[in-house]
Write a protein that binds this ligand. Structure first.
Ligand SMILES: Nc1ncnc2c1ncn2[C@@H]1O[C@H](COP(=O)(O)OP(=O)(O)O)[C@@H](O)[C@H]1O
Ligand SMILES: [Mg+2]
Length: 329
């Protein structure tokens, strides 16, 4: 398969600070590729270098066989973009927003009305065509932002945190639309802070933290980093955490990670009996167990394993072993 994007040894320094630290990955034609990482990881900086809005300190970026530093305009013309900050221009109406981008991307004048109509239909904003986008709800702005990014019908779509701040319903709508666009042939590179979003949408993803890429692969490949079996999860009183970690090591040879009062450890592929024994042991040691369970490895388990325990203050909740909208910060 051909590569839509190739990024090689990309580095970006701001003074002494390295925001992007030797990142390399490919986005294949036809896939949805995700850059997953917490705030400040370097995601937007990478997108800005792709768009030639920032000049890399070192490294190479190719879009559709073109070195973006040499073929700036041609490369930009191939990419649709929805940025993180200005999703849409607030002082312009929906129609004016679309018209602006149609002109920016040099769409022939006789085709513009047709394209705008199609975009308004797709975003279900026909009734709001002549209303200022600044008055729109978050979900409406995002829908407009997406069809605006697609106005020149690019083969490649870049989305910087397309669903951050959206409620669950609008997020689900956005996911469905992105999957449709992808099925229709659009290659997508998106950034996200949401583990669940990366898992749901991406064919492959890279996890980045502090400018460094710490994992790359399909969601299932990445999850296998923590093991093939289930993850044990125990919540105990704060004063018992260290003791439980020691007991898991001494009695079961398990290396546990701790985040707050939550202790996790990868069980063997056949974790059933181990799980039962651990429960019995905690009971026998008279440790008050606030919660105990086992779940399939999640991307969060991977992140904790790779970056060390307690590095992020996740505010997510586990529901029946499934993560819901976990954010790192
Ligand atoms: N123009 C800039 N000057 C100095 N530091 C910057 C600049 N842009 C971004 N940074 C820093 O680089 C790091 C990565 O930022 P960014 O790419 O925006 O992260 P993300 O999009 O993953 O949240 C952050 O620590 C940020 O403060
Ligand atoms: Mg960003």
């Amino acid at each position: 398969m051909a590569n839509a994007i190739e990024i090689r040894n990309l580095i970006k320094k701001f003074g002494d600070f390295t925001a992007v630290n030797d990142v390399s990955f490919d986005v294949k034609d036809g896939e949805i590729f995700g850059l997953l990482g917490p705030n400040g990881a370097g995601k937007t900086t990478i997108i800005n270098m792709l768009l030639t809005l920032l000049t890399p300190t070192a490294g190479r970026i190719t879009v559709g066989d073109m070195d973006v530093s040499k073929k700036r305009e041609a490369a930009k013309q191939m990419m649709g973009l929805m940025t993180q900050e200005t999703v849409v221009e607030a002082d312009l109406t929906a129609r004016q927003n679309l018209d602006l981008f149609a002109h920016l991307y040099h769409i022939p004048a006789d085709q513009i009305p047709k394209r705008i109509k199609k975009a308004l239909d797709e975003a279900e904003l026909q009734k709001f065509a002549d209303v200022k986008a600044g008055t729109f709800s978050g979900g409406m702005q995002r829908r407009l932002g997406l069809v605006r990014a697609m106005i020149q019908e690019p083969k490649l779509l870049l989305l910087d945190e397309p669903t951050t701040g959206l409620d669950v319903q609008n997020r689900t709508t956005m996911w469905a639309r992105l999957k449709d666009l992808n099925k229709e042939g659009t290659t997508i590179l998106l950034t996200t802070q949401y583990l669940e979003e990366a898992d749901e949408l991406c064919d492959r993803l890279a996890i980045i933290d502090h400018g460094k890429m710490i994992a790359l692969g399909t969601p299932s490949e990445i999850k296998r980093i923590v093991g093939a079996g289930r993850m044990l999860e125990v919540i105990v009183k704060p004063e018992d955490v260290n003791r439980v970690v020691s007991l898991l090591k001494a009695r079961f040879e398990l290396t546990a990670s701790v985040k707050g009062d939550r202790i996790t450890a990868a069980l063997d592929r056949d974790g059933e009996s181990e799980f039962t024994k651990i429960s019995a042991m905690l009971d026998h040691e008279k440790i008050t167990v606030l919660s105990i369970g086992a779940h399939l490895p999640t991307l969060e388990d991977v992140f904790i394993k790779l970056t060390g325990a307690g590095m992020r203050d996740a505010s997510g909740e586990m529901q029946g072993g499934r993560m819901t909208n976990i954010r790192w910060r």
